[in-house]
Design a protein around this ligand. Structure first.
Ligand code: MOS
Length: 711
């Protein structure tokens, strides 16, 4: 195919019509005959001991089939990742967080199950909950909080002309997917062949459901199949495997009927994860020009009392700037809350809030433009280990972003607009390059149609579209001749749909499978593919492709095992209006330019980054899940108490661009990851813009009006 007849890569989503018309099927839309509806009953207190669960009144209600308690359920073993929890609910009488499941009501209808839920009496001996800020702090792993130490940070601080030391806080926040997590479990019981389980599950990684569910229920992994059609948002909440998935399967086995367990919105607060509350301290040592001599980064995130989630935000400081000395500390604080989990953007998302805020403070201290401070500390190679980057166009991203924004001339423009004081801020964006192995199958039929098979998930990011495009392009067929089969563990196994990894990994597997088909065609020896198949009497050619990591690794965060360090990069510039009387903030304009390897589809890619910037604005100025300070539960339990950006909060002027790049070291198709990159750096840029507008440094997210006024 020549460049002139190449199809436009900016394709709308292939599943758009299905979603707009309501025809797209989600996990809970599947209802096998005889399905029972399950509602979880949660502990009413955040700490204490469960004395008993009174179920008689609930059982007596019409339509309530049964109420399961610990006595009815199997003994669950301790679980390991990718299970989100190590200790399943129902395993002992300790209550570790409010909402911890203590009973499961099964009803013929959701209404009956809800009524049963209301009639269950939970008897607890309450205890004092451990609140965020008062829990015990301990190293996140092992006995030493220091997870990385290079050079001599203390000596660097001693000789530095400038020292910055600040602590940055961010609130916990929940993923709030539009489709709450849901599992439909159906067993086929066979006394000779053993029992087989099928789950229709709302997940980001169905293949990883199997090892967790099979070990929790002590059944054979080969006897579990997971079907995961459209997933109505994930953001990380559906990345790991949560207890409700296991409980749905366990309940269905006990009652001998299919069970549908869709978390109610209120359950979503405590039955799946959230981004932890975090406290980060950054210590920068620099010379008088702002050139870094040392970076020290200490991270504390809250976790559950026994279940552990570490948010490794220190990765940001290991990877971004050419500091000769770097020391990183990771700690946990265990409190009476459910366990947190990764949330878009994890790791560097929180890490850059702290590091990039400190870099902006450093720029001010030395009187250097924030962009120039970053250029002065540009890392030509990986600061962690000196490896060269697989590809890094961050300098271009800075330059192009500054040009589009008019960064260099920002203060020559009006500083006020009606009641608004106008401020400008910028930050670097970056994520690791999570790569997972994957496989795919491509079928070419004699009629010229193509089927792509790979067990990916489409969580709304456009995966089906992009993967279909890759096959169409490789085989030179129109996109509308390609059908994608996804979301079923019977299909070729591939990586999860998280870590911004899907296009890179599965996309490479699809490309390899399509090339396998091409090779078979070439072996048939004729130029015209379909003609060749016709003559050879072949109805279908099937190609297999895979994407593998060095040493057969199952995950790769930054190119481990290769000669290269791999990351994604970008620069975000924001213009924020601040009303000095009310402390209200408005996003007026944003420019993001990203270096992320090849961009397969500019339309879906732009949507990803725009969504990330909006998500970042929400983190910066609105989102906050508070632990209620007396009872220790989540304060909000429905969306009416949750502030997230809506259309009225967002200007039309969000300008997104990508550097022109092909990263052959990262993947066969030249891509790295984009999904979460857009959500990084925005918070630090917004805080800098607020400071630029009204001279108030807010170091605690979200930047609510009272914090601006208090400054
Ligand atoms: Mo994202 S937290 O990797 O779903």
């Amino acid at each position: 195919m020549t460049a002139t007849d190449a199809p436009d890569p900016a394709q709308p989503r292939v599943e758009g019509t299905l979603k707009l018309t309501g025809a797209a099927r989600y996990a809970a839309d599947h209802r096998p005959a005889e399905t029972l509806h399950a509602v979880l009953v949660g502990a009413p207190v955040a700490a204490g001991r469960l004395r008993g669960v009174e179920t008689a009144a609930a059982r007596a209600l019409p339509g309530v089939v049964t109420v399961l308690t610990a006595a009815d359920l199997p003994d669950f073993p301790e679980l390991s990742p990718p299970s989100a929890v190590q200790v399943m609910p129902f395993t002992d009488d300790r209550i570790r967080f409010e909402g911890q499941p203590v009973a499961i009501v099964l009803g013929e209808s959701i209404e009956a199950a809800e009524a049963g839920h209301a009639a269950v009496l939970v008897d607890c001996e309450p205890d004092t909950p451990v609140l965020i800020g008062s829990g015990r702090r301990a190293p996140a792993m092992g006995d030493d909080p220091v997870v990385f130490d290079k050079g001599d940070v203390d000596a660097a601080r001693a000789r530095a002309a400038v020292r910055i030391e600040q602590t940055y806080l961010q609130a916990a926040r929940h993923h709030h997917t539009m489709e709450t997590s849901a599992t439909v479990a159906q067993w086929e019981f066979d006394q000779w062949d053993g029992d087989r389980l099928t789950l229709w599950d709302s997940v980001q990684a169905s293949s990883t459901v199997i090892p967790v569910v099979s070990s929790a229920l002590t059944i054979d992994a080969d006897d579990v199949r997971v079907i995961a059609p459209h997933t109505g948002g994930g953001f990380g909440a559906k990345g790991y495997i949560w207890p409700h998935e296991i409980l749905a399967a366990a309940a269905a086995r006990v009652v001998g009927r299919p069970v549908k367990l869709q978390l109610r919105r209120s359950d979503q607060f405590s039955d799946v994860g959230y981004q932890p509350w975090m406290e980060q301290t950054i210590r920068l040592a620099a010379d008088a020009d702002g050139v870094l001599l040392g970076v020290e980064h200490e991270v504390v995130n809250n976790s559950g009392l026994v279940d552990t989630h570490v948010e490794p935000a220190t990765e940001a400081s290991k990877s971004l700037y050419a500091a000769p000395s770097i020391r990183l500390h990771q700690l946990l604080e265990r409190v009476s809350l459910n366990v947190p989990t990764p949330m878009r953007a994890p790791v560097e998302g929180p890490g850059l809030w702290a590091l990039e805020s400190a870099m902006n403070e450093l720029a001010e201290s030395v009187g250097v433009d924030p962009l120039d401070v970053r250029l002065a500390n540009f890392a030509e190679t990986s600061p962690a280990d000196g490896r060269p980057w697989s590809s890094n166009r961050l300098r271009e991203a800075y330059e192009e972003g500054a040009r589009r924004y008019g960064w260099r001339t920002r203060h020559s423009r009006p500083r006020e607009d009606g009641p608004w004081r106008i401020g400008h801020g910028m930050a670097t964006c970056s994520m690791g390059s999570f790569r997972f192995p994957g496989t795919a199958r491509v079928r070419l039929s004699r009629d010229g149609s193509v089927v792509v098979e790979s067990n990916v998930h489409d969580i709304g990011s456009g995966a089906q579209t992009v993967l279909s495009q890759i096959a169409a392009e490789e085989l030179g067929v129109p996109l509308d001749r390609v059908e994608m089969r996804w979301g079923d563990t019977d299909l070729p196994r591939t990586g999860p749909t998280y870590g911004s990894s899907t296009t890179m990994g599965t996309g490479s597997a699809v490309a390899a499978a399509a090339r396998d088909v091409q090779k078979q065609l070439a072996d048939l020896g004729l130029a015209d593919a379909l003609d060749a198949m016709e003559r050879a009497g072949i109805d279908e050619l099937v190609g297999d492709g895979s994407f593998a990591l060095p040493g057969g690794a199952q995950m790769n965060g930054d190119g481990e095992g290769t000669p290269y360090a791999m990351r994604t990069w970008g620069a975000i510039f924001v213009e924020v209006g601040v009303d000095p009387d009310f402390g209200v903030l408005r996003l007026r304009r944003a420019v993001g330019v990203y270096s992320a390897g090849r961009i397969v589809n500019p339309t879906t890619a732009r949507a990803q980054m725009t969504g990330g910037i909006i998500w970042g604005w929400g983190k910066a100025t609105m989102e906050e899940s508070d632990q209620e300070p007396v009872h220790g539960r989540w304060l909000a339990k429905n969306l009416s108490n949750v502030a997230v950006p809506v259309n009225a909060d967002i200007p039309s002027d969000i300008d997104v661009a990508f550097t022109d790049e092909f990263d052959e070291a990262a993947s066969l198709i030249g891509a790295r990851g984009i999904g979460e990159l857009g959500a990084t750096g925005v918070d630090a840029a917004v805080a800098a813009a607020v400071y630029d507008a009204v001279g108030v440094r807010v170091r605690e997210l979200p930047i609510l009006p009272w914090k601006v006024l208090a400054g």
